[in-house]
Design a protein around this ligand. Structure first.
Ligand code: BT5
Length: 264
Protein backbone atom coordinates (compact mmCIF):
# COMPACT_ATOMS: atom_id res chain seq x y z
CA UNK A 1 0.00 0.00 0.00
CA UNK A 2 1.15 3.54 -0.59
CA UNK A 3 2.68 5.53 2.22
CA UNK A 4 0.08 8.26 1.78
CA UNK A 5 -2.99 7.38 3.85
CA UNK A 6 -5.73 6.14 1.57
CA UNK A 7 -9.00 8.08 1.91
CA UNK A 8 -12.56 7.38 0.87
CA UNK A 9 -13.54 10.23 -1.49
CA UNK A 10 -17.10 11.45 -0.84
CA UNK A 11 -17.14 13.65 -3.99
CA UNK A 12 -16.18 10.66 -6.07
CA UNK A 13 -18.92 8.58 -4.46
CA UNK A 14 -21.43 11.28 -5.34
CA UNK A 15 -20.17 11.42 -8.93
CA UNK A 16 -20.37 7.68 -9.47
CA UNK A 17 -23.47 6.78 -7.48
CA UNK A 18 -26.41 5.62 -9.59
CA UNK A 19 -28.84 5.09 -6.71
CA UNK A 20 -32.09 6.99 -6.64
CA UNK A 21 -32.04 7.97 -2.96
CA UNK A 22 -29.59 5.89 -0.93
CA UNK A 23 -26.44 7.86 -0.12
CA UNK A 24 -27.72 11.03 -1.80
CA UNK A 25 -27.18 12.67 1.58
CA UNK A 26 -23.76 11.58 2.73
CA UNK A 27 -21.96 12.49 5.95
CA UNK A 28 -18.27 11.68 5.90
CA UNK A 29 -16.03 11.75 8.99
CA UNK A 30 -12.40 11.05 9.71
CA UNK A 31 -13.21 9.39 13.02
CA UNK A 32 -16.33 8.85 15.12
CA UNK A 33 -17.28 6.69 18.10
CA UNK A 34 -19.75 4.62 16.06
CA UNK A 35 -21.36 5.49 12.73
CA UNK A 36 -24.60 3.96 14.05
CA UNK A 37 -24.63 6.48 16.90
CA UNK A 38 -24.06 9.38 14.49
CA UNK A 39 -26.83 8.06 12.22
CA UNK A 40 -29.15 7.75 15.22
CA UNK A 41 -28.59 11.39 16.15
CA UNK A 42 -29.24 12.44 12.56
CA UNK A 43 -32.39 10.28 12.47
CA UNK A 44 -33.68 11.94 15.64
CA UNK A 45 -33.00 15.34 14.09
CA UNK A 46 -35.23 14.39 11.14
CA UNK A 47 -32.71 13.20 8.54
CA UNK A 48 -34.23 11.86 5.32
CA UNK A 49 -34.45 8.21 4.38
CA UNK A 50 -31.30 7.14 2.60
CA UNK A 51 -28.97 9.32 4.67
CA UNK A 52 -25.61 7.59 4.94
CA UNK A 53 -22.80 8.06 7.46
CA UNK A 54 -19.28 6.90 6.64
CA UNK A 55 -16.20 7.15 8.85
CA UNK A 56 -12.56 6.35 8.18
CA UNK A 57 -12.25 4.92 11.68
CA UNK A 58 -14.35 4.23 14.78
CA UNK A 59 -13.19 4.42 18.39
CA UNK A 60 -16.21 2.52 19.75
CA UNK A 61 -17.34 0.36 16.82
CA UNK A 62 -20.17 -1.87 17.99
CA UNK A 63 -21.15 -5.44 17.15
CA UNK A 64 -24.31 -7.25 18.18
CA UNK A 65 -25.10 -8.26 21.78
CA UNK A 66 -22.76 -5.67 23.28
CA UNK A 67 -19.71 -6.91 21.38
CA UNK A 68 -17.18 -4.59 19.76
CA UNK A 69 -16.12 -4.14 16.13
CA UNK A 70 -12.41 -3.59 15.41
CA UNK A 71 -12.32 -0.41 13.31
CA UNK A 72 -8.77 0.65 12.35
CA UNK A 73 -8.50 3.86 10.32
CA UNK A 74 -8.12 4.22 6.53
CA UNK A 75 -8.34 0.53 5.76
CA UNK A 76 -11.96 -0.59 5.72
CA UNK A 77 -15.53 0.54 5.42
CA UNK A 78 -17.71 1.64 8.34
CA UNK A 79 -21.07 2.77 7.08
CA UNK A 80 -24.55 3.36 8.50
CA UNK A 81 -27.67 3.84 6.38
CA UNK A 82 -30.93 5.33 7.62
CA UNK A 83 -34.13 3.68 6.38
CA UNK A 84 -37.67 4.70 7.17
CA UNK A 85 -39.87 1.73 6.22
CA UNK A 86 -43.65 2.11 6.70
CA UNK A 87 -44.70 1.25 10.27
CA UNK A 88 -46.22 -2.17 9.55
CA UNK A 89 -43.38 -3.22 7.33
CA UNK A 90 -40.31 -5.44 7.51
CA UNK A 91 -39.03 -6.35 10.98
CA UNK A 92 -35.54 -5.19 11.79
CA UNK A 93 -34.06 -8.71 11.59
CA UNK A 94 -35.29 -9.01 8.02
CA UNK A 95 -33.63 -5.75 7.03
CA UNK A 96 -30.40 -6.98 8.58
CA UNK A 97 -30.59 -9.97 6.23
CA UNK A 98 -31.28 -7.61 3.31
CA UNK A 99 -28.04 -5.80 4.22
CA UNK A 100 -26.09 -9.06 4.51
CA UNK A 101 -27.24 -10.12 1.05
CA UNK A 102 -26.30 -6.71 -0.40
CA UNK A 103 -22.81 -6.88 1.16
CA UNK A 104 -22.37 -10.36 -0.28
CA UNK A 105 -23.53 -9.07 -3.71
CA UNK A 106 -20.89 -6.33 -3.56
CA UNK A 107 -18.06 -8.61 -2.42
CA UNK A 108 -18.97 -11.27 -4.98
CA UNK A 109 -18.20 -8.80 -7.77
CA UNK A 110 -14.55 -9.51 -7.04
CA UNK A 111 -14.20 -12.25 -4.40
CA UNK A 112 -16.01 -15.48 -3.51
CA UNK A 113 -18.12 -14.93 -0.39
CA UNK A 114 -20.75 -16.70 1.69
CA UNK A 115 -23.19 -15.62 4.41
CA UNK A 116 -23.33 -17.07 7.89
CA UNK A 117 -26.57 -16.57 9.77
CA UNK A 118 -27.76 -14.02 10.37
CA UNK A 119 -25.64 -11.67 8.30
CA UNK A 120 -21.93 -12.23 8.69
CA UNK A 121 -20.15 -12.38 5.35
CA UNK A 122 -17.22 -14.78 5.13
CA UNK A 123 -14.49 -15.42 2.60
CA UNK A 124 -13.53 -19.03 3.20
CA UNK A 125 -13.76 -19.38 6.97
CA UNK A 126 -12.81 -15.76 7.72
CA UNK A 127 -15.35 -13.11 8.65
CA UNK A 128 -14.94 -10.02 6.50
CA UNK A 129 -18.20 -8.22 7.26
CA UNK A 130 -20.83 -7.79 9.95
CA UNK A 131 -24.16 -5.97 10.12
CA UNK A 132 -25.72 -4.26 13.12
CA UNK A 133 -29.38 -3.40 12.41
CA UNK A 134 -30.98 -1.16 15.02
CA UNK A 135 -34.49 0.24 15.33
CA UNK A 136 -35.50 3.64 16.66
CA UNK A 137 -38.64 4.22 18.75
CA UNK A 138 -40.29 5.85 15.70
CA UNK A 139 -39.58 2.78 13.53
CA UNK A 140 -36.58 4.21 11.69
CA UNK A 141 -33.95 1.56 10.99
CA UNK A 142 -30.22 2.09 11.11
CA UNK A 143 -28.26 -0.47 9.16
CA UNK A 144 -24.64 -0.45 10.33
CA UNK A 145 -22.26 -2.26 8.01
CA UNK A 146 -18.59 -2.99 8.59
CA UNK A 147 -16.51 -4.51 5.79
CA UNK A 148 -12.82 -5.34 6.14
CA UNK A 149 -11.31 -4.24 2.87
CA UNK A 150 -7.59 -3.50 3.20
CA UNK A 151 -6.62 -4.68 6.68
CA UNK A 152 -3.51 -6.86 6.47
CA UNK A 153 -3.54 -10.18 8.33
CA UNK A 154 -1.00 -9.00 10.91
CA UNK A 155 -3.00 -5.85 11.68
CA UNK A 156 -5.98 -7.63 13.24
CA UNK A 157 -6.01 -7.71 17.05
CA UNK A 158 -4.52 -11.04 18.27
CA UNK A 159 -7.89 -12.48 19.29
CA UNK A 160 -9.26 -11.98 15.75
CA UNK A 161 -6.25 -13.17 13.78
CA UNK A 162 -7.62 -16.69 13.32
CA UNK A 163 -11.15 -15.76 12.38
CA UNK A 164 -11.14 -12.33 10.69
CA UNK A 165 -10.19 -11.69 7.08
CA UNK A 166 -10.32 -8.91 4.53
CA UNK A 167 -10.59 -8.55 0.78
CA UNK A 168 -6.88 -7.73 0.75
CA UNK A 169 -6.02 -10.88 2.70
CA UNK A 170 -8.22 -12.98 0.39
CA UNK A 171 -7.19 -11.51 -2.94
CA UNK A 172 -3.68 -10.24 -2.30
CA UNK A 173 -4.39 -6.79 -3.72
CA UNK A 174 -5.84 -3.69 -2.06
CA UNK A 175 -9.39 -2.68 -2.89
CA UNK A 176 -10.46 0.80 -4.03
CA UNK A 177 -12.55 1.71 -0.98
CA UNK A 178 -14.42 4.52 -2.72
CA UNK A 179 -15.55 2.26 -5.56
CA UNK A 180 -16.46 -0.53 -3.17
CA UNK A 181 -18.65 1.91 -1.23
CA UNK A 182 -20.44 2.92 -4.43
CA UNK A 183 -21.07 -0.72 -5.39
CA UNK A 184 -22.33 -1.53 -1.89
CA UNK A 185 -24.80 1.38 -1.87
CA UNK A 186 -26.12 0.38 -5.30
CA UNK A 187 -26.68 -3.22 -4.18
CA UNK A 188 -28.19 -2.15 -0.86
CA UNK A 189 -30.76 0.14 -2.48
CA UNK A 190 -31.62 -2.55 -5.05
CA UNK A 191 -32.10 -5.27 -2.41
CA UNK A 192 -34.13 -2.97 -0.15
CA UNK A 193 -36.40 -1.94 -3.03
CA UNK A 194 -36.73 -5.62 -4.00
CA UNK A 195 -37.86 -6.47 -0.48
CA UNK A 196 -40.34 -3.59 -0.41
CA UNK A 197 -41.88 -4.48 -3.79
CA UNK A 198 -41.81 -8.26 -3.78
CA UNK A 199 -41.65 -9.18 -0.10
CA UNK A 200 -39.07 -11.33 1.61
CA UNK A 201 -39.12 -14.41 -0.68
CA UNK A 202 -36.49 -13.26 -3.22
CA UNK A 203 -34.19 -12.09 -0.40
CA UNK A 204 -34.62 -15.41 1.42
CA UNK A 205 -33.84 -17.24 -1.81
CA UNK A 206 -30.66 -15.20 -2.40
CA UNK A 207 -29.68 -15.64 1.23
CA UNK A 208 -30.12 -19.43 1.06
CA UNK A 209 -27.96 -19.62 -2.06
CA UNK A 210 -25.29 -17.40 -0.50
CA UNK A 211 -25.33 -19.05 2.92
CA UNK A 212 -24.30 -22.54 1.86
CA UNK A 213 -25.99 -23.63 5.11
CA UNK A 214 -29.14 -25.26 3.78
CA UNK A 215 -29.17 -28.96 4.58
CA UNK A 216 -26.11 -28.64 6.81
CA UNK A 217 -26.10 -29.61 10.47
CA UNK A 218 -25.39 -26.61 12.67
CA UNK A 219 -24.95 -25.89 16.32
CA UNK A 220 -26.54 -22.84 17.90
CA UNK A 221 -25.15 -21.28 21.02
CA UNK A 222 -28.09 -19.31 22.32
CA UNK A 223 -28.64 -17.67 25.70
CA UNK A 224 -30.95 -20.56 26.64
CA UNK A 225 -28.41 -23.27 25.80
CA UNK A 226 -27.13 -25.26 22.85
CA UNK A 227 -29.18 -26.85 20.07
CA UNK A 228 -28.12 -28.80 17.03
CA UNK A 229 -30.17 -29.36 13.89
CA UNK A 230 -30.36 -29.38 10.11
CA UNK A 231 -30.97 -26.01 8.41
CA UNK A 232 -34.26 -25.88 6.50
CA UNK A 233 -34.27 -22.22 5.51
CA UNK A 234 -35.40 -18.80 6.67
CA UNK A 235 -38.78 -17.88 8.15
CA UNK A 236 -40.55 -14.72 7.02
CA UNK A 237 -39.34 -12.77 10.04
CA UNK A 238 -35.70 -13.71 9.36
CA UNK A 239 -35.50 -16.54 11.92
CA UNK A 240 -33.43 -19.59 10.96
CA UNK A 241 -35.54 -22.76 10.63
CA UNK A 242 -33.95 -25.97 11.89
CA UNK A 243 -35.04 -29.61 12.01
CA UNK A 244 -34.00 -31.03 15.39
CA UNK A 245 -32.91 -34.68 15.72
CA UNK A 246 -36.33 -35.35 17.29
CA UNK A 247 -37.96 -34.27 14.02
CA UNK A 248 -39.41 -31.14 15.59
CA UNK A 249 -38.93 -27.84 13.76
CA UNK A 250 -37.10 -25.15 15.74
CA UNK A 251 -36.71 -21.40 15.11
CA UNK A 252 -33.48 -19.59 15.94
CA UNK A 253 -33.98 -15.87 16.49
CA UNK A 254 -30.68 -14.99 18.16
CA UNK A 255 -27.37 -16.52 19.14
CA UNK A 256 -24.30 -17.69 17.26
CA UNK A 257 -24.30 -20.55 14.81
CA UNK A 258 -21.55 -22.81 13.52
CA UNK A 259 -21.63 -25.56 10.93
CA UNK A 260 -20.82 -28.89 12.58
CA UNK A 261 -17.68 -30.25 10.91
CA UNK A 262 -17.20 -27.06 8.86
CA UNK A 263 -18.65 -26.26 5.46
CA UNK A 264 -17.14 -29.10 3.43
C1 BT5 B 1 -21.30 -7.78 13.93
O1 BT5 B 1 -21.48 -8.07 15.25
O2 BT5 B 1 -20.77 -8.50 13.13
C2 BT5 B 1 -21.81 -6.39 13.52
C3 BT5 B 1 -20.68 -5.45 13.21
C4 BT5 B 1 -21.20 -4.15 12.68
C5 BT5 B 1 -20.10 -3.12 12.53
C6 BT5 B 1 -20.60 -1.87 11.86
S1 BT5 B 1 -19.30 -0.80 11.43
C7 BT5 B 1 -20.40 0.48 11.07
C8 BT5 B 1 -21.48 0.40 12.15
N1 BT5 B 1 -21.11 1.16 13.32
C9 BT5 B 1 -20.93 0.37 14.38
O3 BT5 B 1 -20.60 0.78 15.51
N2 BT5 B 1 -21.18 -0.90 14.06
C10 BT5 B 1 -21.57 -1.03 12.67
P1 BT5 B 1 -21.25 -9.49 15.88
O4 BT5 B 1 -21.93 -10.54 15.06
O5 BT5 B 1 -21.63 -9.34 17.30
O6 BT5 B 1 -19.70 -9.74 15.73
C11 BT5 B 1 -18.78 -9.15 16.60
C12 BT5 B 1 -17.65 -10.14 16.77
O7 BT5 B 1 -16.93 -10.24 15.54
C13 BT5 B 1 -16.65 -9.71 17.81
O8 BT5 B 1 -16.97 -10.21 19.07
C14 BT5 B 1 -15.35 -10.31 17.26
O9 BT5 B 1 -15.25 -11.69 17.61
C15 BT5 B 1 -15.54 -10.25 15.78
N3 BT5 B 1 -14.98 -9.02 15.21
C16 BT5 B 1 -14.79 -7.80 15.76
N4 BT5 B 1 -14.29 -6.94 14.89
C17 BT5 B 1 -14.13 -7.60 13.73
C18 BT5 B 1 -13.65 -7.25 12.46
N5 BT5 B 1 -13.26 -6.00 12.16
N6 BT5 B 1 -13.64 -8.22 11.50
C19 BT5 B 1 -14.05 -9.47 11.75
N7 BT5 B 1 -14.51 -9.87 12.94
C20 BT5 B 1 -14.56 -8.95 13.92
Amino acid sequence: MSLVADRILPDEIERRLTTEWLGRTLHYYDEVGSTNDVARELARAGAVEGTVVIAEGQTRGRGRLGRSWASPKYRNLYLSALLRPPASDAPVARLGLVAGVAVCDAIRESHPATIKWPNDVLIGTRKVSGVLAEIEPDGAIILGIGVNLNTAAADFPPDLRDKAGSLLVAGGVPVDRTLFTVRLLIHLEARYVQERRLGFAPIAEAWCEMSAMIGKTIRVDAPGGQVQGVVLGLADDGALRLRLPSGVEHRVVSGDVSVVGGYD
